[in-house]
Design a protein around this ligand. Structure first.
Ligand SMILES: *Cc1c(COP(=O)(O)O)cnc(C)c1O
Length: 401
């Protein structure tokens, strides 16, 4: 093994596709990867999917943008996910390669005419989201008076402090009075009206779903429109070092209860959710390698960073992933020291947002495994400076909090 290149070793691995490692530590020993490596646990993903599929009081779909790797799509489809929240036609193409007859929810509020047309004609998409009159007009132009088209009107509420780590209220969603008009127009065009929102990613407060559900009932009532479905978005949290997630059941119960209360038994819409992070965060860890330990200033350089799998951590420092040091195939514990952690590119921005307390005896060629990177890790990786390895290996257990 020693003289074989990493790429060759991975090819050997792919050739024996049933080869699975117990953990990232075992993979590090066998492969000695010099490029960053994602370690994926299908079991963990399947278990998490079943929590949503069994527990959520409606249909669970998956927000493909959080992790569009074929392995993930395949496991989710096998677990029982039937509909896919996509941000682009390209995502429809990726999912279609793995799942035949996939049902798509095109929930990006802004779509070009060409994208709407491709989604409708090629991928038979019957669900679109709008938060603006002009977007609805585009869809009506292209799709015409088609039956069975569902239009989800996306509304937004002013943000409450501390309710989510990643604010989603600044780009999409229309205020109440516009949504009232949009719902009426959707009905006038002969389409089926829905409402949707996104409470912000890593939403740790069930109350935040509740106030959106109350707003949805208000909007539907003001418009005198009965909505067939309410999509409560993503936002379901995962555990990170600085952000603790309540159990999914806490959210499911709060959602179910508030829908009944806000809409009443008669007018209660069917429910949908479209988690990204909440489904996939725990199924992958990222194995990185230490390239240099520089004792002046206690700087370390690792082979992945904010242009790779750790981009979200730079954007939202609250989403600090857990990490551990691996040497000779074993997790090493011991006294810690504060290090400044740089990524591999020559860009000064390529540094983690916090100093990290890492094993004081850390040395070159040790591995650092970052956990809970199944969501927005692999997905946002770039090839900047010629880095950004995106190899994935299968493990029984992926490191997560
Ligand atoms: C990103 C996104 C999601 C997933 O959000 P998470 O916070 O990862 O669950 C769901 N729906 C829409 C429309 C999105 O843009």
């Amino acid at each position: 093994m020693k003289h074989t290149s990493f790429a060759k070793r991975l090819n050997m691995l792919n050739a024996t596709s049933n080869l699975t490692f117990e953990s990232a530590a075992a993979a590090s020993l066998a492969l000695q990867p010099d490029a960053p490596l994602f370690c994926f646990s299908a079991t963990q993903l399947c278990e998490r999917a079943l929590v949503f599929l069994k527990g959520f009081p409606g249909e669970t779909t998956f927000a493909v943008k959080a992790n569009s790797s074929p392995q993930v799509i395949k496991v989710l489809a096998e677990a029982g996910i039937n509909a896919w929240d996509v941000a682009s036609v390209h995502e429809m193409a990726m999912v279609s390669k793995i799942v035949s007859m996939a049902r798509f929810h095109y929930h990006n509020p802004v779509k070009s005419r060409r994208e709407i047309s491709d989604a409708y004609k090629i991928y038979k998409c019957q669900r679109y989201v709008v938060d603006c009159r002009e977007e609805l007009a585009k869809i009506a132009d292209i799709v015409g008076p088609a039956k069975n088209i569902e239009i989800a009107v996306r509304f937004v509420l002013p943000r409450e402090r501390g309710s989510s780590a990643h604010d989603f209220s600044t780009k999409f969603g229309a205020p109440d009075y516009i949504c009232v008009e949009l719902l009426k127009q959707v009905v006038a065009l002969g389409y089926t009206p829905l409402l949707t929102f996104h409470p912000g990613s890593q939403c740790t407060e069930p109350r935040n779903y509740v106030r959106h559900i109350e707003a949805a009932a208000r909007i539907a009532k003001t418009a005198s429109v009965t909505i067939s479905k309410l999509n409560v978005g993503g936002g379901f949290p995962a555990n990170y070092v600085l952000s603790t997630a309540p159990e999914p059941q806490v959210f499911f119960k709060a959602i179910e209860k508030s829908v009944l209360k806000a809409f009443g038994k008669e007018n209660r819409p069917a429910l949908e959710c479209e988690p990204g992070r909440g489904l996939v965060a725990t199924c992958m860890s990222l194995l990185t390698r230490v390239k240099l330990v520089c004792t002046d200033g206690d700087d370390i350089f690792i082979n992945d960073g904010v242009y790779g799998g750790l981009m979200e951590y730079m954007q939202v420092p609250d989403l600090e992933p857990p990490f551990r040091v691996i040497r000779d195939g074993k997790v090493i514990e011991g006294d810690a020291k504060s290090f400044k952690v740089f990524g591999p590119t020559c860009d000064p921005l390529d540094v983690l947002p916090h100093r990290l307390d890492i094993l004081a005896t850390l040395r070159e060629d040790d591995y650092i495994e970052f956990g809970s990177l199944g969501a927005y890790g692999l997905a946002t990786m770039t090839n900047f400076n010629g880095y950004g390895g995106n190899a994935i290996v299968a493990v029984d257990q992926a490191f997560a909090l």
